[in-house]
Design a protein around this ligand. Structure first.
Ligand code: SF4
Ligand code: SF4
Length: 439
């Protein structure tokens, strides 16, 4: 795509980067075929190519964002299906990040929108506040229908209430399990924010599984939210502050012999692997961030290095839902399926597996209507292959899909822990007894 940034603009590293990204786009439109919002809404401005045009015009002419630009950029899920599809190598992720930050700096959103965003970013990255909010949301769930009827910003409140778990929240058990064989590595696991409150069982299962194969696991003191949630809302400074904190914590641990930083929520993994890029222009952090990103692995990538033994086949069919952040954001597609097969499960691919479930960080709160349509589409596709269990590697997808189907959905690591001697995951304890017996 031809660009017309001025020499003065190109002297600014951010705009020079935007220019290089936009120039790679050859307008072919292949990306429209896999873009969930284009598929659902059919509007060119809700396609990757349309959004690239909008961002080009906004950045090139140094225009403040307006209602229309904010609408179409806000509707982007940052699912990155377009990046996987693009034959020209357009780095859409970093362009939309710049676009969102520009919108945040230059556009005054309506009051209801501002309040919702401020609330989400003040609560979700902080486990204590999030726990309190979820407790309140569970009590308020019966009001969801009434909020929907009020319309406007209240539909977001209704979406938040519907996403609250039905069962009471459990406390995270962070005790380190005994190693079952001589220590072969020492890794830090991200405790994170939302996942640690919504489902602490995921990291507990991961710790048990790793300890069984001789890997010492710990939570590094001082780590916190990876910054993905504010980052996707264009709240650049908040995201950078969270990233710097984690870089400081893990760089210290790496200096004293840490082998890897393990992530069990792929939405966080994509952001942490991108710390090197996020902090590239910060002289105090660029090198440390590069080191941390290079040591960061999704749990399934790490497990592939451990050569887990083949288990006897089970009678359990697993639909593997490939989170966008894992398949498009990190290019991790085969490891989860290979590990589940090796653990004895029968893995079934989900039709339209490249299409987002609508979770996308805070998207299902901020864009409940489109997120709801994508959830229905995803659940239809999953149910069409009649699995006993659904597995996924991201808490956002797990929460979103669980709110639309009765088929139990668990994290891939929970199934692997179970297959290698751990307890039955809580969510499977009520499964049909024949399926449980077969397993
Ligand atoms: S597929 Fe790539 S090159 Fe083609 S229009 Fe989309 S972003 Fe541009
Ligand atoms: S990130 Fe996803 S929603 Fe956004 S333009 Fe790309 S494919 Fe479409």
């Amino acid at each position: 795509m031809r660009t017309e940034f001025s020499a003065a603009q190109l002297a600014q590293p951010e705009l020079a980067e935007a220019d290089a990204i936009i120039r790679k786009c050859v307008h072919c439109g292949f990306c429209t075929a896999t873009c969930p919002t284009y598929l659902e809404l059919g509007n060119e401005l809700d396609s990757p190519r349309g959004r690239i045009y909008l961002m080009k015009d906004m950045l090139e002419n140094d225009k403040p964002a307006n209602k229309e630009i904010a609408l179409h950029l806000d509707r982007c899920l940052s699912c990155l299906a377009c990046t996987t599809t693009c034959p020209s190598g357009v780095d859409y992720m970093h362009l939309i990040d710049m676009g969102r930050a520009h919108v945040e700096r230059t556009y005054k959103r309506p009051l209801g929108d501002r309040l919702t965003r401020a609330l989400v970013s003040a609560v979700l990255p902080h486990p204590r506040r999030f726990r309190l909010a979820l407790g309140a949301a569970r009590l308020g769930r019966p009001l969801a229908g009434a909020f929907d009827a009020l319309g406007g910003p209240f539909t977001r409140l209704a979406a938040m209430l519907r996403l609250a778990p039905h069962a009471p929240l459990k406390r995270a058990d962070t005790t380190a399990p005994e190693l079952a064989m001589p220590r072969r590595a020492r890794v830090a696991i991200l405790g994170g924010c939302a996942q640690s409150v919504l489902d602490p069982g995921i990291n507990a299962a991961t710790r048990r599984l790793l300890a069984r194969f001789g890997v010492e696991v710990f939570h590094a003191a001082g780590e916190g939210c990876c910054g993905a949630l504010p980052h996707h809302m264009g709240r650049e400074q908040e995201a950078l502050a969270l990233a710097r904190n984690n870089v400081d914590v893990w760089a210290r641990e790496i200096a004293s012999g840490l082998d890897a930083v393990i992530i069990t929520a792929s939405g966080c993994g994509t952001t942490i692997k991108d710390y090197a890029h996020l902090l590239q222009r910060d002289p105090d952090y660029a090198e440390k961030a590069k080191l941390v990103s290079s040591k960061t692995l999704d749990i399934t990538e790490y497990l592939m290095t451990l050569d887990l033994p083949q288990q006897a086949r089970r009678g359990t069919a697993v639909a593997y839902h490939s989170a966008c952040s894992l398949q498009h954001g990190q290019n991790v597609t085969l490891p989860p399926k290979l590990l589940l097969e090796r653990a004895g499960f029968t893995v079934r691919d989900v039709p339209e597996g490249h299409i987002c479930c609508g979770s996308a960080g805070t998207y299902n709160i901020l864009q409940p209507e489109i997120a709801g349509r994508l959830k229905e589409r995803k659940v239809r596709n999953i149910e069409s292959i009649a699995p006993d269990i659904i597995a996924a590697g991201n808490i956002g997808c797990i929460t979103q899909i669980a709110s639309g189907t009765a088929i139990p959905i668990v994290h891939t690591a929970e199934l692997l822990d179970w297959a290698y001697g751990g307890p039955v995951p809580d969510k499977l304890s009520n499964m049909d007894s024949r399926t449980a017996d077969a397993a």
